[in-house]
Design a protein around this ligand. Structure first.
Ligand SMILES: Nc1nc2c(c(=O)[nH]1)N[C@H]1C(S)=C(S)[C@@H](COP(=O)(O)O)O[C@H]1N2
Ligand SMILES: [Mo]
Length: 382
């Protein structure tokens, strides 16, 4: 294998992206775009790559299923499409590093700086991972094992990868999909063409793109991104002291509760006393629903409940809720200057932190989201 890293075959990208890193490509849409549609258009869906986008040829592409299975299997994309029923799942992906920049402003964090738009929602079409594993002879009630994934891209000299518990992979309602379509279109190259796994309810990092290999194993993946990244430590933990902590700290899987304001943005100028439709998103992990979104226009002293906008069919009575919740809170007369704050709760009443707490990797940051709105006089003084 050549270890040369070349970015000469990257796909074309939307010029409206905010580019946080060019090589590897990491970009988020303008935050106000997020809540304009419940399903994010493909060309505005945030992109998080760790290496050049693989240039995959369908003729030679194969997916292998191996490890602790009765029957190892190899599929071309057509064989997967023809051999299994098609499923579609609407699911939001969020990078665990969403809102990292707010932590970076407290103390530098090594990693891609993300605003609040490292999150997007899509309808994923493909085959069910459970169906494929059943075909390989994995028992329907398999437990205490891990399903590891590997992609065709190489980051730090090894394939990008990760794993999930087999209980999630085999869950009839777990909705884990090997996706070859995104919003009814062929999966775009930036999002894993020709095949990716989508793990609804989990941090984005586990949804391995350019998927080439699924391995059932006793241990969780030994991949760098499972073992040496995507973990949360106390604020005082540094790159020196973290060394002994990686193994003792569990890998992040399910998302925590997150919410952000997408309009108005921080620093927006609005004349005192005008109406304002405050908008945003909220999401919970592990399939839990958002039960309430609270908005404050006085910096978090008093709160009101924001009406939620939910796409029909994206909810269920169980914990099988894979898409974000959008919300709009209308204020007749917004007193400016003011600080607008939002926070959300899931059905287990997990919430968000009231204070920002720094962590080494800048992941799972979900403190109350705050924006300052300035009065018109302020603008004229600038
Ligand atoms: N093969 C591969 N899969 C990957 C990554 C990667 O760099 N390589 N990045 C992961 C991370 S950290 C995230 S947040 C999601 C982002 O998916 P998206 O680019 O489709 O938004 O892909 C995940 N899957
Ligand atoms: Mo991520």
């Amino acid at each position: 294998m050549s270890s040369e890293v070349s970015y000469s075959k990257e796909p074309h990208r939307n010029s409206r992206f905010t580019i946080n890193s060019k090589e590897p490509f990491n970009a988020e849409p303008p935050v106000s775009e997020l809540t304009k549609s419940f399903v994010t258009p493909n060309d505005l869906f945030f992109v998080r790559n760790h290496a050049p986008v693989p240039d995959v040829c369908l003729d030679t592409f194969r997916l292998t299923i191996s490890g602790l299975v009765q029957q190892p299997l190899t599929f071309s994309l057509t064989q997967l499409q023809d051999g299994f029923r098609k499923v579609t799942v609407m699911a939001t992906l969020m990078c665990a590093g969403n809102r990292r920049t707010e932590l970076h402003n407290i103390q530098p964090v090594r990693g891609v700086g993300w605003g609040a738009a490292a999150i997007s929602n899509a309808v994923w079409g493909g085959v069910s991972l459970r169906d494929v594993l059943l075909a390989a002879g994995v028992g329907p009630y398999a437990r205490n094992m891990h399903v590891a994934f590997e992609g065709l891209d190489h980051a730090n000299g090894a394939p990008y990868g990760g794993s999930i518990p087999i209980e999630k992979a085999m869950d009839v309602n777990g909705a884990v999909v090997l996706a070859y379509e995104m919003n009814g279109e062929t999966l775009p190259r930036d999002h894993g063409y020709p095949l990716r796994v989508v793990i609804p309810g989990y941090i984005g990092a586990r949804s391995v793109k350019w998927l080439s290999s699924v391995i059932v194993q006793k241990e969780e993946s030994s991949n760098f991104f499972q073992r040496k990244d995507y973990k949360v430590f106390l604020p005082q933990v540094t790159w020196d002291t973290v060394k002994s902590l990686w193994d003792a700290t569990p890998a992040l899987l399910e998302l925590n509760v997150q919410a952000a304001i997408t309009y108005p943005e921080d620093g927006t100028v609005i004349e005192n006393g005008l109406p304002c439709s405050i908008q945003g998103y909220a999401i919970a992990g592990g399939g839990r629903r958002i039960s309430r979104v609270d908005v404050s226009i006085d910096g978090g002293k008093s709160w009101n409940v924001a009406p939620m906008v939910q796409e029909k069919g994206s909810t269920s009575t169980g914990n099988h809720h894979w898409s974000w919740t959008l919300w709009i809170y209308k204020v007749d007369q917004l007193p400016t200057p003011c600080e607008i704050v939002c926070r959300a709760w899931d059905t287990a009443f997990n919430g968000m932190q009231s204070e920002r707490e720094w962590n080494l990797r800048g992941v799972m940051h979900n403190s109350w989201f705050k924006v300052k709105v300035l009065p018109a006089e302020h603008a004229s003084k600038l």
